[in-house]
Design a binder for this molecule. Structure first.
Ligand code: BGC
Length: 352
């Protein structure tokens, strides 16, 4: 069932103020869902869109941008060495900067072994223990992709070694897969505009301000890109679209006609050639010596502001809250997400 464009516009305008009431707790802990809970604190300033643009035609016209791949940042992982392992009382063996690289000999290294009880219960998304099965590393293992975007990783005593070095913890912690755990991050952006629809510029940098769809993760209360794990055998392009729909738009709670319209716009947006911002290792607090996160982050930008810019944001499936947030270096984000946004801002010549 399709809806006249004007009706759609009214409907979405009506829902936006509701979405903007969803500001809240800078700290949240949640134990629901199929994935284990992560406990971590954050006290982020919350900046949101204060301007609602007028809705004209619902015609979707997205900019086509070049595909550009950044190599992984060579910086040392930091969050992957955070002293307390998330969702547990486990304290990592402290790893000094000069001992991160496996090539540095360190006979005294005594990492803590930790695999979360949730992972040990063998949920569908997790591997069994090494010994009870023999994974094929550095290759496609059935429909589980065990290749790394970084390089061919070393396998020592039957266990894969984190390509970015020591973390102070062995085992899998909260991660399901031995070796790389693949995620995908859709970075959906628009320009911040004033009531007249004119682009707003930052008072200091004088550059136009971008906004992106951000979720507050229920597992740790940190603001993040609405990404998620790539299912076995799934195309990354599908993961990007699925995660955005599930987490940011909560399409499940929308009425059938709303769902149809929202979905149309999302499909159109994700069909446009996005700008591949990053592909590689993620400095994630859940990483261990034997299991780590990798992601593909892709930017989908609504240049004209008449497509996804009008979406009625609300809390979604895995998301505690969702909203448009100004892209700015001072806004702290989960894992390496700030780095991804910096790359987007640079590429689009926006404020950072
Ligand atoms: C998140 C992604 C994130 C990845 C690595 C996944 O759980 O959904 O947004 O990039 O972890 O931190």
């Amino acid at each position: 069932m399709s809806m006249p464009k004007s009706a759609l516009g009214r409907l979405w305008i009506g829902r936006i103020p509701l979405a903007l009431t969803l500001f809240g707790l800078p700290y949240a802990v949640c134990t629901s869902g199929s994935r284990p809970a992560v406990l971590c604190s954050s006290s982020h300033p919350i900046r949101t869109s204060q301007t609602l643009r007028s809705i004209t035609s619902s015609h979707c016209s997205l900019s086509t941008t070049k595909i550009w791949t950044m190599m992984s940042s060579p910086v040392l992982h930091v969050k992957a060495r955070c002293s307390q392992y998330p969702g547990s009382n486990v304290r990592r063996c402290p790893v000094p900067d000069d001992k991160v690289d496996w090539s540095q000999s360190w006979p005294e290294y005594a990492p803590v072994n930790h695999t979360s009880p949730v992972v040990e219960k063998k949920p569908v998304w997790a591997d069994p223990d090494i010994g009870s099965f023999s994974p094929k590393f550095n290759t496609l293992d059935g429909n589980v992709d065990r290749t790394s975007f970084e390089r061919v990783y070393e396998v020592r005593d039957g266990k894969p070694l984190n390509p970015r070095g020591r973390t102070g913890v062995t085992g899998r912690g909260l991660l399901g897969r031995w070796g790389p755990n693949h995620a995908a991050d859709p970075i959906v952006t628009r320009w911040k505009v004033d009531a007249q629809g004119v682009k707003m510029h930052h008072s200091v940098s004088k550059q136009p301000i971008l906004q992106f769809v951000s979720i507050m993760r229920k597992d740790c209360g940190e603001w993040a890109i609405p990404g998620g794990m790539v299912d076995p055998g799934e195309q990354v392009s599908l993961t990007l679209q699925r995660e955005f729909s599930e987490e940011a738009l909560n399409s499940l709670s929308a009425s059938p006609s709303e769902k149809e319209e929202i979905l149309k716009r999302i499909i159109k947006l994700f069909k446009s050639s996005g700008f591949q911002v990053y592909k590689g290792y993620v400095d994630d607090p859940r990483n261990t010596d034997n299991a780590w996160m990798e992601t593909v982050a892709v930017n989908f930008h609504d240049e004209s502001g008449n497509s996804v810019s009008e979406l009625p944001l609300q809390a979604g499936d895995d998301a505690g809250q969702v909203q448009w947030v100004d892209v700015d270096s001072s806004f702290p984000l989960y894992a390496s997400h700030s780095y991804f946004l910096e790359l987007v801002a640079r590429e689009r010549k926006a404020h950072w």
